[in-house]
Design a protein around this ligand. Structure first.
Ligand code: NAD
Ligand code: GLY
Length: 368
């Protein structure tokens, strides 16, 4: 057989948002190919925003691919880690853009995982009241979730992603080859967000993930291509229906209410975001069962799959009252009531306010 297998041919999806619509390119070898950026805004200046881990691996290849589109491509290299998703680090982006004389046409390229993507997107939303940006996600998590949909933010010590903006990129370029250098723990973290799409939207995809979890962890390119494509299709569909999360989009936060409490409670960076979401999905599945919506076998199924993905399934012992306090700082809450994404039937999720006593039962059943 000659050429690439058809499952590895580059694919393009579209996030349909009228005048803010944009493509998601998925395939191997995209990051360093000038063709991947054809059709995007040309400008005198561009800035690649990355971090000290990812920039040495991929920034030069990206700069070379952009050379024909921009007279000057500067690099802004941030410290690595969730703990740096904050104001001082965001300011470093603004400092560099201003110091280099970047104008309102300057295009920002977010080269990295979700932390770089969320911060670069927020910087793009704010710099000179808005400049174009392109997502070039380099983690599985960023390729299947954070680079798509225009949620941008930094953390506040009192709560995750509390300061931010909805601001859509011009394009998302998912190069499957960059996943080769991703640490195993980060690959597992990305699988949490892949798994999420099954119970909330697509039971057949959940079956597929169960059958292919070993291939995904072994970084089989065809399996990764399918996982990224199906995840992006579902995310693009949800975002296309409800860009600003007035309703439906909240289902993408399945497992995140418990997960954000774990991340903030332990201090950002101890558990990875995907690890906290994985464990949070076990807890949200348990909650769905205790509400009588799903059978106990569903909780066992989710726990088993999340464990096979290499993720923790038991929450840290923060104590029920600390979990509750942390979950009270959540953007989904209304009128002081904590609201959880629960599974109502396989492939269908909804948002429910739940009595504290039931949440405490779940925390006690699911934490160490
Ligand atoms: P991350 O950005 O911290 O990246 C994980 C680690 O992998 C980092 O150390 C990074 O430097 C390294 N890395 C990245 N690409 C690499 C590569 N190709 N090779 C080697 N190392 C590489 O973490 P993440 O899991 O990508 O993103 C988590 C963040 O995303 C959280 O802040 C979360 O809140 C956010 N998020 C946002 C959305 C959204 O819709 N905007 C959705 C989900 C998550
Ligand atoms: N990751 C949640 C969202 O994009 O809405």
């Amino acid at each position: 057989m000659h050429g690439r297998p058809s499952s590895l041919l580059p694919q393009t999806l579209t996030v349909q948002l009228a005048e803010r619509s944009y493509p998601i390119l998925i395939g191997p070898g995209l990051l360093g190919s000038a063709d991947s950026y054809a059709g995007l805004p040309r400008s005198r200046m561009a800035a690649i925003v990355s971090n000290e881990t990812v920039a040495p691996l991929y920034a030069q290849a990206l700069a070379d691919a952009l050379a024909a589109r921009h007279e000057r491509v500067i690099q802004v290299v941030l410290p690595d880690g969730e703990v740096h998703k904050d104001w001082p680090t965001l300011d470093r982006i603004f400092d560099a853009l201003l110091a280099e004389g970047c104008d309102r046409q300057t295009v920002l390229y977010a080269l990295g995982g979700g932390v770089v993507g969320d911060m670069t997107g927020f910087a793009a939303a704010c710099y000179m009241r808005g400049v174009p940006f392109v997502q070039v996600p380099t983690t599985l998590l960023a390729q299947v979730d954070s680079s798509v949909g225009g949620k941008t933010a930094i953390n506040h010590p009192r709560g995750k992603n509390m300061i931010g903006a909805f601001y859509q990129p011009q394009a998302v370029v998912c190069d499957l080859d960059v996943l080769d250098t991703l640490p195993e723990r980060e690959l597992s973290a990305g699988l949490a967000e892949v798994i999420k799409y099954g119970p909330i939207a697509d039971p057949a995809f959940l079956d597929w993930i169960e059958a292919n979890i070993a291939a995904l962890r072994a970084r089989d390119k065809a399996a990764l291509a399918h996982a990224v494509r199906r995840s992006c299709e579902i995310k693009a569909w949800v975002v296309g229906q409800d860009e600003r999360e007035s309703g439906l989009r909240a289902i993408l936060n399945f497992g995140h209410t418990f997960g954000h409490a774990i991340e903030a409670g332990l201090g950002y960076g101890h558990w990875l975001h995907g690890e906290a979401v994985g464990c949070g999905m076990v807890m949200a599945s348990e909650l769905s069962a205790r509400l009588g919506l799903m059978p106990a076998s569903f909780v066992d199924r989710m726990r088993r799959l999340i464990e096979r993905a290499g993720l923790p399934v038991q929450g840290p012992p923060l104590g029920a009252s600390r979990y509750l306090d942390l979950m009270r700082v959540d953007k989904k809450n209304e009128g002081g009531q904590i609201r959880f994404v629960v599974i109502e039937a396989l492939g269908r999720a909804g948002l429910r306010a739940v009595p504290d006593a039931l949440v405490v039962e779940v925390i006690e059943a699911c934490t160490a």
